[in-house]
Ligand binder design. Structure first.
Ligand code: SF4
Ligand code: SF4
Length: 135
């Protein structure tokens, strides 16, 4: 059964970031590339069900600052049309990630453990908001 549409109570959380899939890193250089992404402000990287994503916290210019409605609703991109408010950020709350990196230092530490210490890196406690727009 469909959950009630909560958009009227929300400040447009799903319109304040975008997330894109990354190729799964294979070697130290790949992880170092991800460390570079994480040097940038408002960028995080997460792993969900084994898949890697980069998340950019950046508000859509079409989100109204007055009522948090979409200013181009009738002409919004298809990814917005396919996003379900049944299972959205506001309704579902925090996500459970396999891994979640919020800055380059965390990745640096992860790389050291993974490649230098010959130990299996421990997953970070996750559950942060802001995953990809899921259909
Ligand atoms: S779909 Fe969910 S996150 Fe997006 S505006 Fe509606 S309630 Fe908020
Ligand atoms: S185009 Fe509209 S629905 Fe899509 S992210 Fe921007 S404000 Fe949200």
């Amino acid at each position: 059964m469909s959950k009630k549409n909560q958009c009227a109570r929300c400040d447009g959380q799903c319109c304040r970031y975008f997330a894109l899939p990354l190729e799964t890193p294979q070697d130290r250089d790949d992880y170092d590339d991800i460390r570079w992404y994480l040097c940038h402000e408002d960028v995080t990287v997460f792993v969900e069900d084994g898949d890697w994503y980069i998340n950019v916290k950046n508000r859509c210019r079409n989100l109204s600052g007055k009522d948090y409605r979409c200013k181009i609703y009738d002409d919004r991109p298809k990814i917005c049309r396919s996003y379900s408010h049944d299972e959205c950020d506001f309704v579902e709350g925090d996500y459970e990630y396999d891994l979640h990196f919020t800055d380059d230092k965390q990745m640096e530490e992860y790389i050291k453990v993974k490649f230098d210490n010959n130990m299996k890196p421990k997953p970070r406690p996750a559950a942060k908001k802001g995953a990809s727009k899921k259909s």
